[in-house]
Design a protein around this ligand. Sequence first.
Ligand SMILES: [Zn+2]
Length: 274
Amino acid sequence: MNTDRLMQLALEMAGLDEIPGDSAIHHPGEGIERILFGIDLKGSELKMAADLRFDCAISHHPVGGLSTLRFHRVLERHVDQMISAGVSRETAEETMAATIESRRILSSMTNYDHDPSVARLLDLPYLNIHTPLDEIGRRRMAEVADGVDADATAAELIDRFYETFGEFRNAETEIEVHVGTPTNRLGRIAVSHGAGTNGGYPVAKAYFDAGIDTVIYIHCRPDDAKKLRDEFGDAKTLIITGHIASDSVGINPYVDRLRDEGLDVTVFSGIIPA
Ligand SMILES: [Zn+2]
């Protein structure tokens, strides 16, 4: 196994034809058999991986290099997702423009080479795979949401998530309703995930204004949820599925695939078993 093939497998599973901006091979390598895989895996964990004789380290979250410098590009996925949910292209682009530009500038301010430079010194193959695995998770959650009747309540969809995904049952966090109430009718649902990070207030507002009744985020800042509550009251619903549990929903099918390929994969740093 090599790092190119590891990335390619994730892209294939997610139906993507190129490496998204928040994912990258930071130090290439081949002859890989033993992999350490974490939601966050940076410099100190690279040293640990080398000490424990792993021959490749995979992080889910971006860890510098191009995955930081090009991160803003995956935020464009919010635009595509909003358009497919019925938001006009003009509104969708306007909603994201300032966020994308400020993210580009903030990323350019970071010491982007810190963690990749550790991998090079250790000569340890190192990559991070973010959006492809989040896209796998988004599709899995959207499939469940599509199977629930529009007249069902938010609580019923949450129950269905718990029934379907061991990651949610095994997590120490709960699936929560941050806008609206658990007895709200679901109506039209948008699963907003797999676009770098949550879209906060402006993206949820754009969905609600376009007639979506229930938005699903994996996380949302409290001040963004408060702004939505102040504006929409209980008329709309925002369900928060939980960051690490939801990341795991997308990661586990990929880990299973690697093990099917005969690789020895050790998971840590938050990955919750199904
Ligand atoms: Zn994450």
